[in-house]
Design a protein. Sequence first.
Length: 167
Amino acid sequence: MLADARHVMPDSLKFRGDATFFNAALDRADLIVHGRNSHEGQPNSPRRKRIVLTRTIEQLAGDPSNPNATLWNPAGVPFEAACEAAGVTSGTIAIIGGPIVFGMFMERYDAFYLSQAPHVHLPDGEACFPGVPERTPQEVLAAHGLRASEPQMLDPEFGVSVTEWRR
């Protein structure tokens, strides 16, 4: 699960090592893509180019609250057009969720970084991918042609790790 039943990431899922890894990855990205409920909420956030998925518009629009954000309705225009509208036509794109957004890109990932906090349980929480909890996140990633590397420990005190899954 990546959030609680209210679609909010609770403090019990926030770990220093994971946040450091996540922030560094976003600092290297040329574009961030996420749903309207997701946001990394960091000091650099407003400066990052982003595409926000939403059904509240027909195609594309600028975000009136953030000049670096482009609002995109995937039913209205292709992803490549959204990238062009955001001013990014090459480079690294970081998809930060939620589950519908992650699911949309399953066939396009070059790499996906799956963080796990094994001692945190969120009954009735929001699953990370479509098809979870019927299948594990690892089974979903493998079914889409991604293969796991060795996990990297991010926070040994809490057993939090990240595994890179590559095509």
